[in-house]
Design a binder for this molecule. Structure first.
Ligand SMILES: [Zn+2]
Length: 84
């Protein structure tokens, strides 16, 4: 699709890192599948994946963690259940 940020680039499937912060908690997810603009590098993450990441970040934050870095796995259900 056409990039809405620079309006010139085309997005291509790739992976990106997502950084979420809430209060003192920082959450980083690496290798998240996304559409990446070939000119400005803007990343577009699927809405369902974004929702999963927020959900997961909330869960980890509730454990009192301040920093968590992990790699995205296609089956996010698995990630969620592994830390509950
Ligand atoms: Zn762009």
């Amino acid at each position: 699709m056409k990039c809405v940020m620079c309006k010139r680039g085309e997005t291509k499937p790739g992976v990106t890192s997502v950084l979420l912060t809430r209060d003192d908690f920082t959450f980083v997810m690496r290798d998240v599948p996304a559409e990446i603009c070939d000119i400005c590098g803007e990343d577009y993450i699927n809405g369902n994946i974004a929702k999963e990441l927020y959900h997961l970040a909330e869960k980890i934050k509730d454990q009192g963690t301040l920093l968590d870095v992990r790699k995205y796995q296609m089956n996010a259900e698995h990630i969620c259940s592994s830390i509950s």
